[in-house]
Design a protein around this ligand. Structure first.
Ligand SMILES: [Zn+2]
Length: 73
């Protein structure tokens, strides 16, 4: 499995997302075709994965937002 820059001008595969896909997730045949997604969805996926990896971060999203806001201040 690997993530490459998406070479085609296609829309992001995520439901409700109308961005143009920037990356393609290739499984070399494990799924029918590459999953194409935009940078925003990549970040979202990354955050979700990070939460799964570190159970302690599984607090309410509100707290997470507060943390992010503080960082921006
Ligand atoms: Zn997207």
């Amino acid at each position: 499995m690997e993530i490459n820059q998406c070479g085609y001008h296609v829309k992001c595969d995520f439901n409700g997302c109308n961005n143009i896909a920037k990356y393609a997730f290739s499984t070399k045949g494990l799924i029918k075709r590459d999953l194409c997604f935009c940078e925003e969805c990549l970040k979202e996926m990354y955050e979700l994965l990070a939460k799964m990896q570190t159970p302690r971060a599984l607090k309410s999203p509100f707290k997470l937002n507060k943390k992010l806001r503080r960082k921006n201040d």
